[in-house]
Design a binder for this molecule. Structure first.
Ligand SMILES: O=C(O)CCC(=O)C(=O)O
Ligand SMILES: [Fe+2]
Length: 313
């Protein structure tokens, strides 16, 4: 039987004591450390979030696949003014950012019935102990109770070690080869284990412009919506640049220069997703609609290059 535990190469050991041993701060961090997730209201103004959503949908239209005609009737409306809020989780400004995706989930009225089976998982390898990554969703559309959105097992993150000690990973772990080192899928019975340890499932509700943060050790999944709304979000994660080895920085620099996406992790677990593929005449080929560079090229400021790992701090 294949070994189940993998060697996680961490040439740079994150220093987390300051973050983990913090006393109460009276802000969103208290909720985050207690519950394993939090929603920061108005990280972006609603107007700005809606503009980003509009840009994302314009991008989708650019493939000319017929989405243009359906767009207008599904667009959200609503206006409010709000302030930009920025707080620090890692107590440093020297951060690196993930190259993750924008998620545009079209409603069933456009794409037909979803396969909406829950897929509870964590995005941190069981061998990687402690708080190492905090995932983020910048919400660009409404996420109400009936809209698509994130589901979390509240308070599960701090039970990560205990769970894997009591339930060691056995047998082959094929997902580890799927361009993602940091992932573990759960089984139905595992939800009961967490529930019996005081956790509960929460559908995270948020408005356009809100930032959802969750610990990568927290059980979660994306739930499809029943509404007619186009779920539009950006996955954004930041971690301290000093956690990234020079070897990983060079991998990241290469991914950046080739406009590639990778995983939720900014400083490690850097795998290219490769080109989008389609099947033509029974052959898997690069999608003819795949682009080698984005329509809008990034403005390569010093700050951006450092966040991308292309320049060291
Ligand atoms: O889209 C979501 O709500 C969560 C998807 C997910 O599992 C993730 O981003 O790690
Ligand atoms: Fe996930």
């Amino acid at each position: 039987m294949a070994p189940s535990l993998i060697e996680i190469a961490e040439s740079v050991t994150p220093v987390l004591s300051k973050v983990q041993e913090r006393s109460l701060t009276g802000d969103w961090r208290d909720d985050f450390f207690r519950d394993g997730y939090t929603v920061i209201k108005n990280a972006l103004s609603k107007e700005r979030a809606q503009q980003y959503q509009s840009d994302a949908l314009t991008w989708l239209e650019s493939f000319g696949l017929g989405f243009e005609s359906q767009r207008q009737e599904h667009m959200e409306k609503g206006k409010s003014s709000s302030k930009l809020e920025r707080r620090d989780l890692w107590e440093t400004d020297e951060l690196v950012v993930s190259f993750d995706t924008v998620n545009i989930t079209l409603p069933q009225s456009i794409v037909g019935e979803y396969d909406s089976t829950p897929w509870p998982h964590v995005d941190q390898a069981p061998e990687r102990r402690g708080l190492r990554c905090v995932q983020g969703i910048v919400n660009l559309s409404e996420a109400g109770p009936k809209d698509g959105g994130l589901v979390v097992m509240k308070k599960s993150a701090p039970l990560f070690n205990q769970f894997f000690e009591e339930t060691p990973v056995k047998g082959p772990t094929p997902w580890r080869t799927a361009k993602h080192e940091d992932f573990h899928p759960f089984q139905e019975k595992d939800l009961d284990w967490y529930r019996s340890h005081g956790c509960e499932l929460i559908k995270v509700c948020a408005e356009p412009g809100d930032l959802i943060l969750w610990d990568s050790r927290q059980m979660h999944w994306a739930q499809f919506g029943e509404s007619d709304l186009i779920r539009t979000i950006a996955y954004v994660t930041y971690t301290p640049a000093k956690w990234m080895s020079e070897k990983d920085r060079l991998v990241k620099k290469d991914l950046f220069e080739n406009y590639e996406t990778t995983t939720h992790w900014p400083h490690t677990n850097l795998f290219s997703h490769g080109k989008a593929k389609v099947e033509i005449d029974g052959q898997e080929v690069v999608d003819p609609l795949e682009r080698n560079e984005p329509i809008t090229l990034p403005i390569k400021t010093d700050k951006l290059l450092k966040l991308a790992g292309a320049l060291p701090y």
